[in-house]
Design a protein. Structure first.
Length: 492
């Protein structure tokens, strides 16, 4: 296979990025809607303890998925001179490793459950061990589709998999009313995703293993692997501490709250990362155009994602009571604290895109290492005080590290803080106004006369969207319509 010659044209990169946002946005709008409805349905049918058990199970299984990938996916995307020999060798190596790890997990499932002090998750871990090889089979088709900027096919694949998961999970939850409804649903989701990715990629693998080809991607991949492993620990260490200090039922509350705040991160911000990483990788030798793309994406991300978390913070009570029911009332303060975490995690996708595309994965790896140390030391101290203090400590650590990471990136790109803040001034002011508007309504009890939380949630949501859009339009009509055209007519 002839080596690829990616274009570094700014206009071509801009067109590809806009096209990618269109399709990832459309696909994720579908998957976001399905995931949201599925979570609501499962929350009404299952208990917080069920959510806690499946959360622990998925921590174990996804840990192995991180081990299997070993950072080769972004390495193959970022590396310019790859060919079929790299793909075949990586595919063979990942598949063999994933089978070995799945067998080990199946054998050690009960022992792991004992270490977690939650024996019921043992059979769940054993049942889901086999999605590790399924995940490994999907790595190379996803890499190829991403390298060739086939975002439409990626979006359709993920939407189909999410729809399959939701249908099976809800159907079995109605029938079983048990945590076991998750197991067939997760397996079906992986099978549908795998089938779609292979269909769209049209790639024909060969079982060929050349160590020289694997070593060629290891320097970059190993740093990414270390960063992802640390990031995985940072993301899940708090869940393990919650289970240890407060039990699986409280973990279930946290798990549901995290799913809610992480939905915008996974379905919006991380789609920006999927599009942005390959685009920036092509522009890494053209720093001027690279910086312009980075600043534009940062502006759009802040404009779109921040109002979601502002609204979620102030509307947490009607949101939870209307959609999930009274039994989940205890999750309201958790959502309010974690809405800040959601904002930080969404913005962090820009840090990942820049550090990877510039070939500096060690930077993010070191940040994650510092985060692991800080969480390991201070999270238990917060837990000894209270569950709320534990969450506040977690949030504070993430926010401080984000500020440091952003300052380093601005230094790399030779962008002053003044220029950066001026570029983001409009999203900051718009969201500040939205925050003040919702705070006034909630704090002065303007909605207290409304008998239905459904009416309160719907009306406040509509008011928030209209006020935000109106202020944006009045402040800059031209930019407002430019964003509308970008979202709905990206080829113009």
């Amino acid at each position: 296979m002839k080596k690829e010659e990616p274009s570094d044209s700014y206009q071509q990169a801009k067109a590809s990025s806009v096209h990618g946002v269109k399709w990832t946005g459309a696909g994720e709008a579908a998957t976001r809607s399905v995931s949201f409805m599925v979570t609501i349905g499962l929350a009404r049918l299952l208990t917080p303890q069920d959510f806690g058990w499946i959360a622990l199970t998925l921590i174990v299984v996804r840990f192995l998925q991180v081990l299997v990938d070993f950072g080769v996916s972004p390495a193959l995307i970022q590396k310019v001179d790859t060919d079929d020999n790299h793909y075949h060798s990586v595919f063979t190596g990942l598949l063999a490793l994933s089978i070995l790890l799945a067998v080990a997990l199946w054998l050690l499932a009960d022992g792991i459950a004992g270490l977690l002090k939650t024996p019921p998750v043992g059979p769940l871990i054993r049942s889901l061990a086999w999605i590790v090889p399924l995940n490994a089979l999907a790595v190379l088709p996803r890499v190829l589709l991403t390298r060739h900027l086939k975002f439409k096919q990626l979006a359709l694949s993920e939407a189909a998999a999410t729809l399959a998961y939701g249908s099976v999970a809800i159907g079995l939850a109605v029938w079983w009313r048990s945590v076991w409804c998750f197991v067939p649903a997760i397996i079906i989701e992986q099978l549908v995703l795998l089938g779609c990715l292979w269909f769209y990629s049209r790639w024909k693998p060969l079982f060929r293993l050349k160590l020289t080809e694997i070593k060629d991607v290891l320097p970059f991949g190993s740093a990414v692997f270390a960063s992802r492993l640390l990031n995985f620990l940072n993301l899940n260490i708090i869940s393990l501490f919650i289970n240890y200090f407060f039990g699986s039922a409280v973990l279930g509350l946290y798990s549901l709250a995290f799913q809610i705040i992480d939905l915008p991160t996974q379905r919006v911000a991380k789609n920006f990362l999927k599009v942005l990483f390959p685009i920036l990788s092509r522009l890494q030798q053209n720093l001027k155009d690279y910086t312009e793309i980075f600043l534009n994406y940062h502006f759009i991300l802040m404009l779109i994602i921040t109002p979601v978390f502002v609204s979620l913070f102030w509307l947490a009570e009607p949101f939870v009571l209307a959609l999930y029911g009274e039994k989940w009332r205890a999750v309201i303060p958790v959502i309010r604290i974690l809405s800040v975490v959601g904002f930080v995690r969404s913005t962090w996708t820009m840090v990942s895109a820049v550090s990877l595309s510039l070939g500096r994965p060690v930077f993010e790896m070191r940040l994650n290492a510092v985060q692991t140390i800080l969480l390991g030391v201070f999270i238990p101290l917060g837990a000894m005080a209270s569950f709320t203090m534990m969450l506040l400590v977690y949030t504070g650590i993430l926010f401080v590290l984000l500020l440091f990471a952003e300052s380093r990136i601005l230094h790399w790109l030779s962008v002053s803080f003044h220029s950066f803040s001026r570029r983001l001034r409009k999203p900051i002011l718009l969201n500040g106004f939205l925050c003040a508007f919702l705070a006034a309504i909630i704090e002065f009890h303007f909605t207290s006369a409304w008998s239905s939380v459904w009416i309160q949630l719907f009306t406040l949501s509509m008011f928030s969207a209209l006020v935000y859009s109106l202020i944006f339009y009045l402040s800059d009509p031209q930019q407002f319509f430019q964003l509308i055209r970008l979202l709905f007519h990206p080829n113009q």
